[in-house]
Design a protein around this ligand. Sequence first.
Ligand code: SER
Length: 325
Amino acid sequence: MILITGASGQIGVDLADELVTRHGPDAVLVTDLRVPEKLRPNRVYDVLDVTYMESVEKIIQQHSIHTIYHLAGILSATGERHPELAWNVNVNGVRNVLEAARRFGCRVFWPSSIAVFGPTTPKVNTPQATVTEPGTMYGATKVTGDLLCKFHATHHDLDVRSVRFPGIISHAAPPGGGTTDWAVDMFFQAVRKGHYTCFVTEETRLPMMYMPDAVKSVLDLMDADDDSITVRTSYNLTAFSFSAGELATAIQAHIPDFTVDYEPDFRQEIADSWPQSINDGRARHDWGWQPEYDLNAMVKDMLHYVRIRVKKEAAEAALDSGSDD
Ligand code: SER
């Protein structure tokens, strides 16, 4: 069976859908700290706290797990507010999963981040191998994870594969606690209110990717021949870069009355320490990475799904208020 940890998170919800489509509902065990309130049909749920080694081992044994998509983690903004929690979940979590995977012979996917880079890293077209001196606790946990992956791959022959995700834009599940969340929030507020107050400046430019490409990258990487994998820390990965102002303009092409104002908060400093664009040539060369969505295609698709979602939420809210009467 396949195990997904942190499956209620932004990537987990979409990745679980795709894995269930590919392998069938009984082949995928969906876990998180809690079982979600609204259960999806055709899902096998369980509860897993990855910070407890015994729990990780037990679930692997009980369900004969052969592949782990270890997505449980704390994002950057939450990590700055709760550094000890970030260290415990992100570092002890990945350590437990890698160690258990080694013992039970599982393959592992683990998402790293552009947050491994920091103020001393070249900001434009950031190379695969470069300075990794992040200024955040989140970044420190991701660098540590990159190195733990490499250690287990080289010392224990563990088949662990990883990518350094840029900001990911999606509509199914909210990201929650990240520095790149503005790129998702902007869509929902554009549709809900026609206005968004952005927590980074108009000029803030970051590498990004649309969720269908993020899911594709995970599956492509896991499908690749072992011989083709030359990076055992974590692969640089990107689809496109844009600034907050450029995203606003792209949304305005569909919603002309949409307005944005900018009130940077503590997340500005984190965003300023990250690359503006990423060189992902190694991923393209080694396992044929190629994103399908550019900025305009992503904006069009996002708006389509966000509109459907907002309409559904409004209909549900109307039903709820009706049933209170
Ligand atoms: N999207 C993540 C964050 O903002 C980066 O890995 O924290």
